[in-house]
Design a protein around this ligand. Structure first.
Ligand code: SF4
Length: 251
């Protein structure tokens, strides 16, 4: 990960929209202190990208990668009143890269800023597809949208997915991960390597970013502690042509 990577969560809380949300980690975390995850609220770090120190310099350094809205969905309906200011901050900080993932890609065109054009150069958008059904629903939309940097996130991986129709040079990376948490559903390693093969054939970078908590490999079910899910995925050594880094998934 970029050594200037930071997280920016301008709001917190979300509503579940598809199977991939069933064991959402935001809900799991909030449950520990009885917080209501379904009601989104602006956070104290809402204006983080434009905050300045006493000498007037931006606190978020030029060249940083800002992983955006990982305790919600940047396209969340309940955040429509707040998102405009976030676009403005992204437009102002062209010296910083922003990346967010969404399960609501169908909302993008209705919430884009007027000066978006073919996309901001410094914004990467990830379309999450956890199974074939969501791939069929979201990717025909995603691939047609004006976005400068596109990635596909297959996480939590819930089924074998055929992405071939949507893999071309406009996709900068496919990132794959299993589900974490005590109730995690099983990810089959064959599904992972199948996605890798699709990426190799299309010459699209591929990343296996985490195993998830329950990984089925060659007929054996592995239970992998949270602390080892990312390192075990790296140890599999199956990433392909990676040039940039995507963050930890939010599932
Ligand atoms: S944060 Fe993501 S996984 Fe959680 S409910 Fe929202 S869209 Fe679903």
């Amino acid at each position: 990960m970029n050594d200037k990577s930071i997280g920016w969560n301008p709001w917190h809380g979300c509503r579940k929209v598809s199977e991939g949300c069933r064991h959402c980690y935001v809900y799991r975390q909030d449950a520990q202190w009885g917080a209501d995850s379904a009601t989104a609220r602006r956070t104290a770090q809402f204006d983080l990208p434009v905050r300045r120190d006493r000498r007037g310099r931006f606190k978020v350094a030029a060249g940083s990668m800002v992983f955006t809205c990982f305790t919600s969905d940047f396209m969340l309906e309940d955040a429509d009143a707040w998102r405009g200011e976030c676009w403005q901050m992204m437009a102002l900080r062209r010296d910083v890269d922003f990346m967010f993932f969404t399960k609501r890609i169908e909302r993008l065109t209705e919430v884009l800023p007027a000066d978006w054009g073919e996309g901001y150069d410094n914004v990467t958008i990830g379309c999450t597809v956890e199974n074939q059904e969501e791939a069929e629903r979201r990717l025909p939309i995603f691939t047609q949208l004006p976005i400068r940097h596109k990635v596909i996130i297959c996480a939590p991986l819930l089924s074998r997915i055929d992405l071939r129709r949507w893999l071309d040079r406009t996709i900068e990376e496919v990132s794959v991960g299993g589900e974490s948490g005590p109730d995690a559903r099983i990810a089959d390693y064959d599904w992972v390597t199948d996605l890798r093969q699709q990426c190799v054939e299309a010459d699209v970078p591929f990343r296996f970013h985490q195993t998830g908590a329950r990984l089925l490999k060659q007929g054996r079910l592995y239970r992998i502690p949270r602390a080892h899910q990312h390192s075990q995925a790296r140890r599999a050594g199956i990433d392909y042509k990676i040039e940039r880094h995507t963050p930890l998934s939010n599932d």
